[in-house]
Design a protein around this ligand. Structure first.
Ligand SMILES: [Zn+2]
Length: 425
């Protein structure tokens, strides 16, 4: 009973298995051991302030002892207050491995260095790191507990490898966090995080790594993607059933908006296309799920032009036909949302073909020679007020007016828009 009264309050809170003698009592009669005592209250047995280096050695000795005693199972030093920089890289420089340490709720008053280590079983949830956090080149063999972590200074994860992904839910990045050239091989969740605009620098990431980055539309402004040469088709977890197309549409719209504000035209194009594609998927998916897989085939660039065209027509002919009433469908079908000049050009040629056929083979009034027919056709296409000749048959005359006055000018506008977008961006 008497022993219970003199137990460190933080040791109880964090479920320490060992008994640590209190060395400090605060104004509320709470007692603290050497690990949990505030920075200015860490004292040696003689009452003098403990040298910072001595405290570090004390901590590392404790870890080694616990690992020996528990056969390398989890060593719980949660809630520890580090008064100064702590360099795990230097301490574990021999085999470069750090395993099974719980540092939950720890307070790092200085820098925390884990650079170059291979880490397994590290928990840093709810910890606060006041100095720079250095995880450069770290290989995380499992999902490290980095949620609800506060980075008060810069965080470096450059060239780190997250083999099983990581969940940063609830973490706060007060300064910039560098994730350049990281390798992500599992889901990287950035949900409910706090960071300033462009603070999370996801630079030089590969297509595969990008496909694992997950964040909601509200947090899009916190990310900066630069020098990423290739982008995955399923960014933002398009393949995940639980992620709705509407959520993805909102995410892409947020990314587009951010790119517009930063005048990053290639990114505007990319996100505009994907945003509209999600709208189209919602439209088609609500009708028939098969049309979605056809749409995927049409969007897959690895097929040849003819296979594309064939799948495109199959999708167009697929029942129900009420998709033709939707503007989004037309926008995609005729110009790839104003982003695919080749497609828009082919559709333009398809619309010109019947006009050419009519003027070269149908009966014209008045009768024309070959070059007279060509001239009349050009006059119709160029909006000349009194063309030289017109088809004699009223139905063909109607088709010519419909095509040359409405459809071709509309398609030409879409084609010009797509060309402009391609070359402006
Ligand atoms: Zn304690």
């Amino acid at each position: 009973m008497a022993e219970k009264q003199i137990t460190c309050c933080k040791c109880i809170d964090h479920g320490w298995k060992t008994y640590e003698e209190p060395i400090y009592t605060d104004a509320h009669e709470n007692k603290y051991c050497l690990f949990h005592a505030p920075v200015d209250q860490k004292k040696c047995g003689n009452g003098k302030p403990m040298p910072k280096k001595l405290f570090k050695n004390f901590v590392f000795q404790y870890i080694e002892k616990r690992h020996d005693a528990s056969k390398n199972l989890l060593c719980n030093i949660s809630g520890t207050v580090f008064p100064d920089d702590i360099d795990f890289s230097a301490h574990y420089s021999k085999d470069k491995r750090l395993e099974n340490i719980s540092l939950q709720h720890a307070v790092f008053s200085g820098k925390a260095k884990f650079e170059g280590l291979t880490i397994k079983g590290l928990v840093l949830a709810n910890a606060k790191i006041y100095g720079e956090a250095n995880f450069k080149g770290v290989v995380f063999e499992d999902d490290p507990g980095l949620d609800h972590l506060t980075f008060r200074s810069r965080a470096y994860f450059e060239k780190a490898e997250f083999q099983k992904g990581c969940c940063f839910t609830g973490s706060i990045f007060e300064k910039v966090a560098w994730f350049s050239e990281c390798i992500f091989s599992g889901t990287m969740v950035f949900h409910s995080i706090k960071a300033s605009r462009n603070a999370l620098r996801m630079h030089k990431l590969t297509k595969d790594s990008l496909s694992f980055v997950l964040f909601p539309s509200l947090e899009a402004h916190q990310f900066s993607f630069k020098e990423c040469p290739d982008w995955p088709d399923d960014f933002g977890f398009e393949n995940e059933e639980k992620t709705s197309k509407l959520t993805l549409e909102e995410l892409y719209r947020a990314l587009k908006q951010k790119a517009v504000e930063e005048h990053d035209q290639p990114q505007v194009s990319r996100w505009h296309y994907r945003e509209k594609l999600m709208q189209l998927k919602q439209l088609l998916g609500a009708k028939t799920p098969e049309s979605l897989s056809l749409l995927e085939t049409v969007e897959n660039d690895s097929f040849c032009v003819w296979h594309h065209a064939y799948q495109w027509l199959r999708l167009a002919c697929m029942w129900p036909h009420d998709k033709w009433r939707a503007l989004t469908w037309w926008y995609w079908w005729a110009s790839g949302f104003g982003e695919r000049p080749r497609r828009a050009g082919i559709v333009l040629l398809l619309l010109l073909a019947p006009v050419l056929a009519i003027f070269l083979s149908a009966e014209l009034c008045p009768v024309q020679t070959f070059w007279g027919r060509v001239l009349a056709m050009l006059q119709h296409l160029m909006f000349v007020t009194n063309p030289k000749a017109a088809p004699n048959m009223p139905f063909l005359a109607f088709v010519v007016v419909l095509l040359t006055r409405i459809l071709i000018p509309l398609q030409f506008t879409l084609f010009a828009l797509a060309v402009r977008n391609r070359f402006r961006r």
